[in-house]
Design a protein around this ligand. Structure first.
Ligand code: PLP
Length: 429
């Protein structure tokens, strides 16, 4: 397998792009080597500029749940393009996508569209503060909620991969209202409420996907919601990754928990930049123009992005691939565990719906501390062997692998074969 053209583009890219990437997670910092440049993708496959084709388990870090360039989505986008790309005024499709989303999430009466997950969360946080009149926010160590200043502490994958404690350029004042709790540990949340009386809300990834996949244990989410509300604070559920991915109604449907504020992104734009935040009427009426919380966006509700979102969610609902996702992820899990055993490699596999990943550790992984016991050098070897065997993975131990509904039996065979080879390579280190 050759990466000559990717290498050339990487070198060229360094001149005017920072590290030749527009998001640090795309750099190959923790796995070594240089990032691959992509030419195109179709269905479950992605092809780099050297003509190597891989089964894609990155899927743009989640959005491409139907695989790439689904026929229906592509035709909806083409149709929308003919009418113009941006108007700075309302369109019918914004109403349509809003209805699909509110129908899927019973806790949302109204929704506001923005352009990224980051924006959805920063607006959701502002809304929690506006509604409660309080300032402090609790987040969980290892959860990532986008790159806004206030939440860029103990923030999982990108930072964990680069071993940064937080970020330079974030003033102390910006994080002074952020409190950190431990995932799956309600006591750590209670401790904060016992010592602070100005907590507006708690934000959580209902299934964490940015420290590798970490699932809520027992009744963690339900108990968290009850406790947080009993203290007069709001539960902000960041479903940017899990929304429409683990279930049409997100992790909230699966765990039977209703958020006070829900943040969405990724899948709802079908590959275009869309985020959204929503809540029941009483909360959303705080938002301008109805209320005093300001939040705006020149390109928000962009007509092309709305068309992509509507067609993606409509097709997703029709396909209802969630059973298939579970089955596929289980096959991959079993295969990971069996080949690890065969070659004497210690791993733990966590999965949830269409999100899965192995941790190279002998510990159960229930929080960020556990995740960090992983041997990232082993992951690096594993990663490159998977690439060489035709499977495109996120270049980090702390990112979830994603499945799309376009995945075929042949793809699964390719994945399992690649796992076998990669585990063997790790054993030989
Ligand atoms: C990806 C992600 C974000 C940030 O979304 P962007 O579109 O990258 O800004 C926020 N929260 C979670 C849980 C995410 O996975």
């Amino acid at each position: 397998m050759e990466f000559k053209k990717s290498q050339e583009l990487y070198t060229k890219g360094l001149e005017h792009l920072v590290g030749a990437v527009n998001s640090p997670v795309r750099a190959f910092a923790s796995v070594g080597g240089n990032p691959l440049f992509i030419k195109k993708a179709k269905g479950s496959k992605i092809t780099d500029v050297d003509g190597n084709t891989y089964v894609d388990l990155v899927l743009s870090y989640g959005p491409m749940v139907l695989g790439h360039r689904h026929k229906k989505v592509q035709s909806a986008i083409t149709k929308a393009l003919k009418n113009g790309y941006s108007f700075g005024a309302s369109t019918k499709n914004e109403i349509k996508l809003a209805k699909i989303i509110c129908d899927a999430f019973p806790g949302m009466d109204k929704v506001r569209f923005v352009n990224s997950g980051t924006e959805a969360v920063l607006s959701g946080i502002r809304l929690a503060r506006a509604f409660t009149g309080k300032d402090k926010i609790i987040k969980f160590s290892g959860c990532y909620h986008g790159h806004q200043d206030a939440l860029l502490v103990a923030a999982g994958s990108g930072l964990a991969t680069l071993s940064l404690p937080g970020s330079k350029g974030v003033p102390e004042g910006a994080v002074k209202n952020t409190l950190i709790a431990k995932y799956n540990d309600l006591e750590s949340v209670k401790l904060h409420f016992e010592t602070h009386d100005d907590i507006a809300g708690v934000i959580i990834e209902p299934v964490a996907g940015n420290m590798g996949v970490v699932t809520p244990q027992n009744n963690f989410l339900k108990e968290l919601k009850e406790y947080v509300n009993s203290k007069g604070a709001l539960l902000i559920v960041d479903e940017v990754m899990t929304g429409f991915r683990s279930k049409f109604g997100g992790a909230q449907e699966l765990f039977d928990v209703e958020a006070d504020i829900t943040c969405l992104g990724k899948v709802i734009g079908g590959g275009f930049p869309v985020g959204a935040y929503g809540a029941r009427n009483e909360i959303m009426e705080m938002v301008a123009p109805l209320g005093g919380m300001y939040q705006a966006g020149t390109l928000s509700g962009n007509p092309i992005a709305m068309a992509a979102g509507i067609s993606t969610l409509t097709e997703l609902k029709k396909q209802n691939p969630y059973e298939k996702f579970n089955e596929l992820a289980q096959i991959i899990e079993v295969f990971l565990l069996e080949s690890a055993k065969k070659y004497g490699v210690e791993i733990t596999v966590n999965r949830f719906g269409s999100m899965i990943n192995p941790f190279f550790t002998n510990k159960e992984v229930e929080n960020f501390e556990d995740a960090q016991t992983s041997n990232t050098k082993k992951f690096a070897v594993f990663f490159w062997e998977m690439i060489k065997n035709g499977v495109f993975l996120p270049p980090s131990q702390f990112e979830a692998w994603f499945l799309s509904s376009a995945i075929t039996e042949k793809d699964v065979k390719k994945i399992t074969k690649a796992i076998e080879k990669s585990m063997e390579a790790v054993a030989k280190m």
